[in-house]
Ligand binder design. Structure first.
Ligand SMILES: Nc1ncnc2c1ncn2[C@@H]1O[C@H](COP(=O)(O)OP(=O)(O)O)[C@@H](O)[C@H]1O
Ligand SMILES: N[C@@H](CCC(=O)OP(=O)(O)O)C(=O)O
Length: 366
């Protein structure tokens, strides 16, 4: 064993490790993961567990179904979540706590802060937070949809330094290894390019969601927050031995040296724009340095209903996304000013009320 450099880690466990046969939970593969978590905690490393598997664990209660409806899947999740927690609890001799989240919770800044507080309080008091999406209640518009992206959002909220995604393959291959025997493992990724995305396909197992594609999205979110990300094979106990020796058992995504500021990261990767402000195609203000210069004169259209403080997307009419930002105006007030024929009145109004978006609350999009 080596001295591990981690202070706080998030371990994400895929469905295939929890309920491989869709016949309820099995502790077969979880034992090695639980030992790894227990060892890390004994070294003073704080651990958050993001566990998939509620749907797969609850599946067997619903007869022989191949493709369950959305409603049945929600019911499977409700049944399987309790079983999954009970299985984890049998493997730990310290207390755990369950958090079930939706994107609706994470994208609301107040609820996001509240989630952060809860995670930190659990960690301070020595509990292991076990997090999953609240599949039983969520709807399309409100869900993250996969636990890879959820684990990256959780890692950012927990201010973790490392995210370990335990899957059913050794890491990212040049192609899906189940479909292409010639695919080779990529050991390290320093930049997530279009080429990396092109390698990653969807899930091919009966229980996985998202496949490698959502793992790359998760890595992208995590590394921009300064969080190193591993994709490893959770079926192989040696993966955990290697991690404990400071080695890379799968694919390592190295983190950015200069992480984004916390609230800008949240705005870029977790919050969802409630509306859009469309500017002229020839708009050329450098929003990074001069966001306050954006005025109603530049705005050609406003889409959606948003309130003061909501996240908005600023984009050009041709579709180019410029920035996500916190709006200082409601959509209603902004439309009122933009529609004014008396431009002098509009200008004076904005001088008194302040800029549409402020410099400290803008995240420039690549
Ligand atoms: N380039 C790739 N490298 C590795 N696996 C890939 C790739 N493209 C697609 N996959 C698929 O992604 C799967 C892992 O994702 P998924 O089934 O969602 O598992 P998990 O439950 O661990 O999230 C692999 O089993 C494989 O079928
Ligand atoms: N929240 C779902 C899992 C969603 C998911 O992303 O699954 P997986 O690809 O196995 O990590 C569940 O508990 O069944």
């Amino acid at each position: 064993m080596t001295d591990l450099p981690w202070k706080r880690i998030v371990v994400k466990v895929g469905s295939a490790l929890i309920a491989p046969q869709k016949q309820g939970c099995s502790s077969h593969y979880l034992l090695g993961i639980a030992q790894f978590i227990t060892y890390c905690r004994a070294q003073g490393i704080q651990v958050v567990l993001v566990s998939s598997g509620s749907v797969a664990a609850g599946w067997h209660h619903f007869g022989e179904v191949d493709k369950p409806s959305v409603t049945v899947k929600k019911a499977m999740a409700a049944a399987g979540q309790a079983d999954m927690m009970a299985t984890w609890n049998k493997l730990f001799d310290f207390p755990t706590a369950q958090l079930l989240l939706t994107h609706g919770d994470l994208r609301n800044r107040d609820r996001y802060i509240s989630i952060k507080d809860t995670i930190f309080s659990l960690l301070e008091h020595g509990l292991l937070p076990i997090i999953n999406e609240n599949d039983a209640v969520t709807a399309d518009k409100l869900k993250v949809g996969d636990n890879d992206n959820l684990s990256a959002m959780v890692a950012a909220a927990a201010d973790a330094d490392t995210l370990i995604i335990c899957s059913d393959v050794n890491g990212l291959y040049t192609q899906n290894p189940h479909e292409n025997p010639d695919a080779t493992l990529i050991k390290q990724v320093t930049e997530i390019t279009a080429e990396i995305y092109a390698m990653a396909g969807g899930a091919s197992s009966a229980v996985g969601t998202g496949g490698m594609r959502t793992k790359i999205q998760a890595a992208k979110k995590a590394i921009s927050h300064g969080i190193e990300t591993f994709i490893i094979n959770g079926f192989d106990a040696d993966s955990f031995n290697q991690l404990l020796k400071g080695q890379n058992p799968g694919t390592l995504f190295t983190s950015h040296e200069k992480p984004m500021q916390e609230h800008l990261h949240w705005m870029t990767h977790t919050s969802q724009a409630q509306g859009e402000v469309i500017v002229e195609n020839d708009f050329d203000i450098d929003l990074d340095a001069h966001s306050e210069q954006l005025t109603s004169d530049d705005v050609v259209a406003i889409n959606g209903d948003f309130s003061v403080g909501d996240t908005i997307l600023v984009r050009k009419g041709d579709g180019t996304k410029l920035a996500k930002a916190k709006s200082n105006y409601s959509s209603c007030l902004l439309s009122f000013i933009t529609d004014q024929d008396d431009r002098e009145f509009a200008s004076e109004f904005q001088q008194k009320t302040g800029p549409i978006i402020s410099e400290k609350n803008i995240a420039i999009l690549e």
